[in-house]
Design a protein around this ligand. Structure first.
Ligand code: C2E
Ligand code: MG
Ligand code: MG
Ligand code: MG
Length: 281
């Protein structure tokens, strides 16, 4: 009967206590302290102009160094932050840090560099988003036109909300980019109705660009659609020269990816800044 008891206990606990659930619980608790204890930081990935070779922008990407578990990727802790509501203070911290960094670089003569910051769904649905961003920009002394906000397609499914929020952000003077474009529910409706400045072609279309005819066609179509709608376009996840050449031929002139640079700490970025400028063909 002892074995039987053990078995039923095991069955009872298994659904919750598997490694993943336990891990999540641990991370959830620790995330509360991450912000106060300076465990969060930002790294920056350059966005390169494929014609001039210049760095025109930087995307700020969040990192968490856990005291016991080391670096935890954003894909693992951002969903937890979203569920617990912590993404609101964390998101504000990201915006503030990125703007302060942009100001420092501006003052040290690097630039003009536009900073792109990812917004989470929770942030996008917060009542006072535009107001908060306005305050952060003013405090940091950064011009709103130098801040680009990245949102994803899923955030636009509530078109009415998206319209109101994006209009407020545009009124502030910020730019809006659609991240991971093509991966979610791409709708021509929102491209026509919402004030969007840039499409970021999802890296899943770039990966096999040279070998997959369908991906090639989709990328060409996105680029030409963007041109007709007077939207700017950038390719993400560019890892090879061949991909970068193919994009240039298709008249996509901005790209981001490991070919140019991984995301870097501010210190490394400054050290490598001139090396990161690619020589134009
Ligand atoms: P994302 O916004 O689409 O960011 C691009 C991701 O692709 C980054 O991963 C970047 O490191 C990675 N990447 C860049 N170049 C290449 C490449 O050539 N090849 C490949 N395979 N990957 C490349 P990361 O930093 O792990 O971020 C993952 C996602 O987490 C981001 O995707 C974004 O959705 C989210 N995220 C990161 N930071 C923040 C943040 O501050 N706030 C919010 N709400 N989300 C964030
Ligand atoms: Mg992004
Ligand atoms: Mg992306
Ligand atoms: Mg993303």
């Amino acid at each position: 009967t002892e074995a039987k008891q053990k078995k039923s206990l095991k069955q009872f606990f298994q659904p919750f206590m598997d490694g993943k659930a336990l891990n999540r619980l641990v991370l959830e608790n620790d995330l509360f302290e991450a912000l106060q204890q300076n465990q969060l930081s930002l790294v920056y990935q350059p966005q390169v102009n494929l014609i001039t070779g210049r760095i025109e922008g930087l995307e700020a990407l969040l990192r968490w160094r856990h005291p016991q578990h080391g670096w935890i990727p954003p894909d693992q802790f951002i969903p937890i932050a979203e569920d617990t509501g912590l993404m609101i203070p964390i998101g504000e911290w990201v915006l503030r840090s990125a703007c302060q960094q942009a100001k420092l670089w501006q003052e040290s003569g690097l630039g003009p560099l536009d900073i792109a910051v990812n917004l989470s769904t929770r942030q996008f649905y917060a009542q006072n988003l535009a107001e908060t961003i306005g305050e952060i920009l003013e405090e940091a002394g950064v011009h709103p036109a130098n801040l680009e906000l990245e949102i994803t397609e899923s955030m636009m499914m509530n078109v009415e909300h998206a319209q109101t929020t994006l209009q407020a952000l545009k009124k502030l003077g910020c730019k809006i980019a659609i991240d991971d474009f093509g991966k979610g529910y791409s709708s021509l409706y929102y491209l026509r109705h919402l004030p969007i400045d840039r499409l970021k072609i999802d890296r899943s279309f770039i990966r096999d660009l040279e070998h997959n005819h369908r991906d090639d066609t989709i990328v060409s179509t996105i680029i030409s659609m963007a041109e007709h709608l007077q939207l700017e376009v950038i390719a993400e996840g560019v890892e090879t020269i061949q991909q970068s050449e193919a994009l240039r031929r298709k008249q996509c002139y901005r790209a981001q990816g490991y070919l140019f640079s991984p995301p870097l700490t501010p210190e490394l970025f400054v050290q490598q800044f001139s090396r990161l400028m690619i020589s134009p063909k």
